[in-house]
Design a protein around this ligand. Structure first.
Ligand SMILES: *[C@@H]1O[C@H](CO)[C@@H](O)[C@H](O)[C@H]1NC(C)=O
Ligand SMILES: [Zn+2]
Length: 417
């Protein structure tokens, strides 16, 4: 699905090598971490939480599943190549989860030409607050790679990318009560206001979860046989101009030539190839080195506070080495249009990559829970969300009060899967 793009930071472009990524084939140059550099590139606030608040957030949402196939993940672990009936079933399942949570849904169906003929693709886009001026996008692809023959066509893609999609569903469930309560505080004039922290202003950035269809190549990974959904969406958004009444327009910022939907994206965080025991995450872009450092710091704090289970040899998941070059994936058409990217992808790829071995057996429950918590705390800090000041007396988390009747179970009963 993915190949390595090699380039050196001297501005010198290696002749296109068409390297299929092979684990350790890291030609990109390594740059030592320099926090001073990172501050230069930081363009937005980030609201680091206290350890006490992190603990409160984590403990407000105990794990509700005891096996990797419980809950959402179990619904996603089927062959689901683009254009297949199973792909539609998975779309419907994802949709039911977000509709139950009350998020805004947008689907972008389109027909694409592939080496095996025309295929119908659909990207799924969920936004907590569609009226917000800006957003952070968290994204993953929900299709699995197509193979022509049995048994290869039973490929599940557990890490690629069923597990990342499940993490995003868990994230949405976790954030919804926090976001709702903040919205209610702001609506009733009780938004928190202290020092530099103005909740109403911070809420101008919302979260959007994008699930891409058609990430996988049908034959060999090329510019035209890969990332069908991402290419379609980046192009669509680059041609979608903001209404004059859009809050970004009202801020009278200058855009050239006219602001599009892409201008409302502060960062795109793309998850891929996660959920097995081992992860190693590098930063690929100077502009988001600081954001990578923030995510690494979340993991470090969770570990030090014993709020995640660390498996043998898995202490460090985030490298302080900077890799320039990058790995081909759904972010590319957005990167090329100037969107800031954080690419959270295991490097080297899991050893089972694109084999039948990438099924439920390669997933690790402690690793999945650790990723869930990293993403929850990271997103809370990004969005300026803290534990609710009145969480014991409001409706926050009441759906969690009976762990056996979580949103997971509620949505499963509503779907065809
Ligand atoms: C659809 O998913 C089921 C499992 O629910 C699987 O047995 C079947 O092979 C899949 N169909 C295709 C065409 O991949
Ligand atoms: Zn893949």
């Amino acid at each position: 699905m993915i190949r390595l793009r090699s380039s050196l930071s001297l501005g010198f472009q290696l002749p296109s090598l068409h390297l299929i990524f092979l684990g350790y084939l890291l030609l990109a140059n390594l740059v030592a971490s320099r926090r001073e550099d990172e501050r230069t590139y930081q363009k937005r606030d980030y609201h680091t939480l206290s350890n006490a608040d992190i603990r409160k957030l984590v403990e407000s949402d105990p794990p509700q599943w005891d096996s990797v196939t419980d809950g959402h993940l179990g619904k996603l672990l089927i062959p689901r190549a683009s254009g297949s009936e199973n792909n539609t079933l998975v779309q419907n399942y994802i949709s039911s989860v977000f509709i139950n949570l009350g998020w805004h849904e947008e689907k972008t169906p389109f027909r694409g030409s592939t080496p095996i003929g025309d295929i119908d693709f659909t990207n799924l886009i969920y936004t907590y607050d569609p009226d917000a001026a800006r957003r952070i996008i968290l994204a993953a692809h929900f299709d699995s790679k197509w193979f022509p023959d049995f048994p290869a066509n039973q490929f599940i893609g557990a890490t690629d990318s069923a597990a990342p999609v499940a993490m995003l569903l868990h994230l949405a469930e976790f954030l919804t009560p926090l976001l709702k309560n903040r919205k209610e505080r702001i609506r009733t004039g009780h938004g928190l206001l202290r020092d530099e922290f103005d909740e109403e202003e911070i809420a101008g950035t919302t979260i959007q979860i994008v699930l891409f269809d058609g990430e996988e190549a049908f034959k060999d990974w090329t510019a035209t046989d890969s990332i069908y959904g991402a290419r379609h969406l980046a192009e669509l958004w680059s041609e979608t101009y903001l209404e004059p009444s859009h809050p970004l327009q009202l801020q009278k910022r200058r855009f050239a030539p006219e602001p599009t939907v892409l201008d409302t994206v502060d960062h795109l965080v793309l998850l891929d190839l996660l959920g097995n025991k081992h992860s190693m995450i590098y930063s690929y872009f100077r502009e988001t080195d600081w954001l990578h450092t923030e995510m690494a710091s979340v993991d470090g704090r969770l570990r030090r506070e014993s709020l995640v289970e660390v498996e043998d040899g898995e202490n460090e998941w985030f490298s302080t080495m900077r890799l320039r070059g990058g790995i081909g994936d759904d972010h590319l058409p957005f990167l090329h249009r100037g969107v800031s990217i954080l690419h959270v992808i295991s490097n080297p790829f899991p050893s089972v990559w694109h084999t039948l071995g990438d099924d439920a057996t390669v997933l690790s429950l402690p690793a999945l829970r650790r990723w869930d918590r990293i993403l929850r705390i990271f997103t809370c800090e990004y969005l300026g969300l803290a534990p609710d000041p009145t969480s014991t007396t409001t409706t926050t988390f009441t759906h969690k009060s009976n762990p056996k009747k979580s949103i997971d179970e509620l949505t499963i009963t509503n779907t065809e899967l």
